[in-house]
Each structure stands twice: as structure tokens, then as C-alpha cells.
Design a protein around this ligand. Sequence first.
Ligand code: AMP
Length: 217
Amino acid sequence: MLNIILMGPPGAGKGTQATRLVDSFHLPHISTGDMFRENIKNGTPLGLQAKAIIEAGGLVPDEVTCAMVKDRLSREDCANGFLLDGFPRTIPQAEELEKIGEELGRKVNLVIDITVPEEELIRRISGRRVCPKCGASYHIDTMKPQKEGICDRCGSEIVQRKDDNAESFRVRLENYYESTQPIADFYKEKGNYRLFDGTIGADNLFREIAKLLEEHK
Ligand code: AMP
């Protein structure tokens, strides 16, 4: 069973790897960032609550985020595995996820962490473009879509995220080092944690992660 968490700083390549992994391993892709963006787009109460926080690069409160994830993990399509992308991001979220997993009989059994040096993260984020429809990621210089401005995967128009500006990115990176990185130790202690070098190229990284997933299937 593949009940996976994918973690790493903004720009590490989580989105790119997640998209490829869920296509290959037929897992539901649970990206809390995508879920929030969808709520913002649809103007839901949750979206209205999260919009300003997200655009400034802050973290949505744990309670709100955990409730959203619990609801999503309860759905039938998560019975045979799932890939969490961007959650948990704080220790309280990681603790809550343990409880949710216990309650639903869907405990996380593999944590994949991707590490990339800060200068490279800055380069990646400043040129990043994303597909608002399917979540696929591109870069204006190094990962261009086949047709300019159009998502290879679903044909939608690709855009720059509002929180991919220098100031919001700085806040997101600080939050990552302060609140999210400590989660690695939480999972290292549980013994189901694996760290990958995120600078070896998207294809190589995918091959390495896919190999690990094959072993855990
Ligand atoms: P992402 O697409 O994963 O980079 O997430 C975009 C933004 O959504 C983050 O910068 C946060 O503002 C918010 N967000 C996503 N996941 C979480 C989470 N687990 N906890 C709190 N806020 C989150």
C-alpha cells in the first residue's frame, strides 16, 4: 500500500514529481495548495478565509487545513493509497495526521523529502509557471511546455502563481525552515523517511522515487 507524503521546500519539485507519480502509480493526488486555490477560484467560504494568507505566503491555520485533509482522506478513492503533497507543513498537522490515519485505517507509510539549495529554489520560483487546472509545473527557461503558454498535460493556459513573487516567497521559505523542516525529524524517528537530492534533474529524480515506490507497492 502506498500512503505517501511528499515534502520539500517551495520549488523543490514536489508538484512536478507528484504529477508524474500519481499518473504512474494511479494514486489520488492530494495537494492542499491546489485544494485551497480551487476554493479561492470558486469563492467558497474556505477560499475567502485562505486567500489573503496564501497570497502573502503565510500558512493557513492548522485546524482549517486538517479538517479539509480529513474530509479528503475519508473518500473512497483513498482506500488503496494516496499521495499527500504540501501536507503536513507543521508538527501539529503531522500529529493530527497520525490520528486521522489511525481513525480511517489509512496511516502514512512512506515519507519522501526533496532537498534543494536555497539559490536554486529562488531561480526556480522566479521563473515558475503552473497550470491552474491540473497543477502541472513549468519554468520559463528550463522546463518549457511544448506549445508556449499551454499546459502539455491538459491544454489549459498556464499562469504565474500570485504567491510566486519575491516577498511572498521569502515568507514561504521562512515558514518552511521554521515549521515544516522539523517534521523530517518526526518521521525519521518513525523510520519511514527517505531524503532525495532534488538537483539531479526531474527525470532522474522521478526514476529514483519510482524505484522506491515499486519496492513498497
Ligand atoms: P503549495 O501549492 O503547496 O505551495 O501551497 C500554497 C499555499 O497554500 C501555501 O503557501 C500556504 O499558504 C497554503 N497551504 C498549502 N498547504 C498548507 C498546509 N499544509 N498548511 C497551511 N497552509 C498550507
